[in-house]
Design a protein around this ligand. Structure first.
Ligand code: LLP
Length: 434
């Protein structure tokens, strides 16, 4: 069994997270339940920041809050000195409500609305990552209307194909994101932005994809960006103060995954940047990164109560839990794989292979295919590992299933940070015909 962070087995033989018994958590808060190992999130955050410090680099590590955006998580990010990447008015609102320093917020998105941009300008956020010509125009108009200025990065698409699932690829030429670096769009956008008095161009942004296990894509993207930046330095005297290389660092979900250490991505990126600034005789830009999954992914565990079973003779055994694609849509959407144990007997030897079904009315609602488990009893608690990123944040109310609560655990203490949705919450926005 592979345990993450502070996860282990306690004297009672139960799974323990952050010094708290998982079975006690399930009994206290009910299931399904998202549990986060706060110490592990802190360790990851410090790891990224320390790597830049060790190299004497000016940097910002911006937590990509799309991975898991709640007030408590954003306050934790602030405690750890992270910056924040938001991609919508809702994520921005969450950050503002959490009291996150707005000058450390970076606003992303390929179709930011007028209202969202106004919200960002009114709250004095640190920088807007401009994605397209439409947004460039809109932002200039709004700044003129409000007689204000704003710092921006231009999001460029370097034409890199990272090795990951098609839906989470973003750096390739045929992408809905960013200004293409090769076909001249990025250059036109840069010239247009530099002509505007209300936009302060800090530099460039690029994000090549998510759940990436090698550094090649990052290094290639860096190289392509520097080739262009060298041209821009010589032809239009533009030098970037900031180079944001996005997130996407892969994590281990199952034994098939072999990620490299987070610091290794950063180390190699820094080396590559230093190489190109020497070759092209440029000033060293600040490096920003935007990890989401690699900060919170393996810190999250979902606890479910085991329910019905169905045996299809000579085919398989289905074991159903009290959640599913409503709290974790990743298996259904990306064929994502997970590992799990019975939290009340995590070390017991598996005796059979079962497939974990969700409770949604959809055959595709399977959480794990072919999971080795010991004999299961009524009411056993199944703990699914590594659900911390894009689990809660992609949760939904399919079949009008209420979203589970979120609990933070650290140093033997548990603390609820998102309440369980109630049936009343589900109909709160509905209007009656009667
Ligand atoms: N920066 C930008 C511009 C991004 O688009 C993303 C992720 C990140 C940073 C953070 O990437 P991370 O470090 O978390 O890999 N829902 C999918 C993942 C979509 C990622 C979208 N963008 C999943 O569950 O795998």
């Amino acid at each position: 069994m592979y345990f993450y962070g502070t996860t282990g087995v306690n004297k009672q033989g139960n799974l323990e997270i952050g010094g708290v018994d998982a079975i006690e958590l399930a009994d206290k808060y009910g299931t399904p339940l998202y549990v986060y190992d706060v110490a592990l999130i802190r360790e990851r955050a410090r790891g990224f920041r320390q790597t830049f410090l060790d190299q004497g680099m000016k940097a910002q590590v911006a937590y990509a809050s799309k991975a898991f955006s709640t007030i408590a998580m954003i306050q934790l990010a602030e405690e750890e000195g992270l910056s924040l990447d938001v991609v919508s008015g809702g994520e921005l609102y969450t950050a503002i409500t959490a009291g996150f320093p707005t000058e450390r917020i970076h606003f992303h998105g390929n179709n930011k609305s007028r209202d969202e941009l106004i919200m960002a300008l009114d709250h004095g956020i640190g920088c807007i990552v401009v994605d397209n010509f439409y947004e460039l125009d809109l932002l200039k108009t709004l700044c003129l209307e409000k007689n204000t200025t704003i710092k921006i990065l231009l999001r460029v698409t370097p034409g890199i194909e990272a090795h990951t699932h098609d839906y989470i690829l973003t750096g390739q030429e045929d992408s809905k994101f960013g200004f293409d670096l090769q076909n001249g769009q990025a250059e036109s956008a840069l010239k247009e932005a530099l002509r505007s008095e209300c936009l302060e161009v800090l530099g460039l942004h690029c994000h090549i994809g998510s759940q990436i296990f090698e550094t090649t894509g990052f290094l290639l993207a860096t190289q392509k960006i520097f080739e262009k930046m060298n041209r821009w330095k010589n032809e239009i005297s533009f030098e970037a103060k900031v180079l944001n290389l996005g997130g996407g660092f892969g994590i281990r979900y199952t034994k098939e995954d072999e990620p490299i250490r987070p610091s290794q991505y950063v180390d190699e990126i820094i080396k590559e940047v230093k190489k190109w600034i020497q070759i092209y005789e440029m000033n060293l830009p600040e490096i920003w990164i935007e990890p989401g999954r690699s900060l919170v992914g393996d810190a999250g565990i979902t606890l479910y109560r085991v329910g019905s079973q169905k045996e299809v003779p000579n085919v398989r055994k289905y074991l159903a839990v009290d959640g599913g694609m409503s709290d974790n849509i990743r298996p259904a959407l990306y064929q994502a794989k997970y590992e799990a144990v019975l939290a009340n007997k995590p070390l017991e030897k598996p005796t059979e292979t079962v497939s974990i079904a969700g409770k949604c009315c959809e055959s595709g609602d399977m959480l794990i295919w072919d999971l080795p488990l010991p004999a299961q009893g009524q009411e056993d608690i199944l703990a699914v590992f590594c659900t911390g990123a894009y689990g809660y944040s992609m949760a939904n109310n399919y079949n009008r299933i209420p979203r589970p609560p979120v609990v933070f655990v650290e140093n033997g203490q548990d603390r609820i940070v998102v309440k369980r949705e109630s049936y009343e919450d589900l109909v709160r926005l509905d209007l009656s015909l009667k």
